[in-house]
Design a binder for this molecule. Structure first.
Ligand SMILES: [Ca+2]
Ligand SMILES: [Ca+2]
Length: 434
């Protein structure tokens, strides 16, 4: 008897491979998708990334950033991700050189005392037994809101027993918008408590160096502010601390490090664009995102524009412990109710989202040429119901608006692991398969 032929009548299985139209994986370290499309990456400024050892690496303009991230929290950066961030500005000038900062109560400084790849840390000290010595400089905020603050530190040669401190001080109101005390274990692991503002966590870098991430309380931009580093936060104590890479941003969370010298520096927005040689009517999108802790405070992680006229098809936000998908057109929410309507209401699962180091999102889009409906799944969740409230009915997405060479554009504040698009309505497993 002949063995059974490897044959199936399942149409979905039969058409799986030829209809998986776009496959991009960060681990390929290539701007060419596995399915052949040549990507165009753009960032009009320099930037930084972390190598697998946690060292800061300077990257020139328009060079993509494959950065090493630690998904399982063991301090080893085992996963390569494609970093795509929105624009951000480091408002702290001389971010690695405290010689031009204002020195109060005669702090000591050893220049360039430690390196973290291309990043330089100074050794800052307090030699007074009667006062708090600090380095400080003015910060000029724009907008009344919570701000992201970050700094690279390492345990000094003689740490203060009660710790060092970083602060954002509102000089007009005489109030701290951030005040965090930093102590170290005998092994040099930082322990941080915030008396004002929020401590997000420490990111291990090269051995002994950590990047600390903070949020301020809401600032009043019209007031005068300063950022301040205190090697010994208690007046009666002396001690020192390695510090560098100070970053203060108007973004509501810290972003990747932006070195500054004499002026503030803006890291330009990054986009990654691929031509698609087909015009989808139905398609399924799967996106996998690395979510190290520093990234989980972001309100909007990923924007995907599909089409030649910045028709943003999907925006994924994870800032409020839920995953939401919005169908947008020209960057505006098309249906006001869409965000809430698409939010998966399962509170128990939604609560777990913020703790996940990796987020897998599958979205199906139906009737793209005549008015879009979408539905969403993430993690182990099933697809929600088709959401007709977000249907783009008023201005249907007609075929000509896709143009002769449809595009997909990826942007946001993410560490992208993979992005697949399958023609037709697929399950997550099917669209992941290639
Ligand atoms: Ca790891
Ligand atoms: Ca002192």
């Amino acid at each position: 008897m002949f063995p059974a032929l490897p044959f199936t009548h399942d149409p979905a299985a039969l058409e799986l491979r030829p209809r998986n139209r776009f496959v991009l994986r960060a681990t390929d370290l290539s701007t060419r998708a596995l399915t052949g499309q040549a990507g165009t990456f753009a960032r009009s400024s320099a930037a930084t990334l972390f190598d697998v050892n946690g060292a800061v690496v300077l990257v020139p303009a328009n060079v993509e950033r494959f950065t090493a991230v630690d998904l399982d929290g063991d301090g080893i950066r085992e996963t390569l991700a494609w970093w795509l961030e929105r624009a951000a500005t480091n408002l702290a000038i001389r971010s690695e050189d405290f010689s031009a900062w204002t020195a109060t109560n005669s702090p000591t400084r050893t220049a360039a005392a430690k390196l973290c790849g291309d990043l330089v840390l100074d050794l800052l000290g307090d030699a007074s037994g009667a006062s708090v010595a600090d380095y400080r400089e003015s910060i000029d905020f724009t907008g009344d809101s919570v701000k992201g603050v970050s700094v690279f530190v390492a345990m000094g040669t003689s740490p203060a027993a009660a710790g060092s401190a970083i602060a954002i001080v509102d000089e007009t109101a005489a109030a701290d918008r951030l005040r965090a005390t930093i102590t170290f274990s005998s092994a040099g692991v930082p322990s941080v408590t915030a008396a004002a503002g929020t401590y997000l966590g420490a990111e291990p870098c090269t051995p002994g160096v950590y990047r600390l991430h903070f949020l301020t309380t809401s600032v009043t931009a019209a007031n005068d502010h300063r950022v301040q580093l205190e090697p010994a936060a208690t007046a009666a104590e002396q001690g020192n601390l390695y510090a560098g890479g100070v970053q203060v941003e108007d973004t509501p969370y810290p972003t990747s490090y932006i070195p500054t010298v004499a002026t503030t520096v803006t890291r330009a927005a990054e986009t990654l664009t691929f031509p698609l040689g087909w015009q989808p009517s139905d398609c399924t999108l799967w996106v996998s995102i690395a979510r190290p802790f520093w990234q989980r405070a972001n309100a909007n992680d990923l924007a995907i524009a599909l089409g030649t006229t910045e028709r943003r098809l999907l925006e994924v936000g994870c800032g409020s412990l839920t995953v939401a998908v919005r169908v947008l057109e020209n960057g505006d929410t098309y249906a006001a109710a869409s965000d809430g309507a698409f939010t998966n209401g399962a509170a128990s699962y939604a609560g777990a989202v913020s703790a996940l180091p990796q987020l897998d999102i599958t979205a199906q889009f139906r009737n793209l040429l005549t008015g879009t409906e979408g539905r969403l799944a993430y993690g182990a969740a099933a697809f929600s119901a088709w959401n007709v409230t977000t249907k783009i009915a008023a201005t249907p997405v007609t075929a000509p608006s896709w143009g002769s060479a449809p595009l997909i554009t990826l942007a946001g504040d993410i560490a992208l692991l993979a992005c697949h698009i399958g023609a037709g309505l697929k399950t997550r497993d099917q669209v992941q398969a290639l």
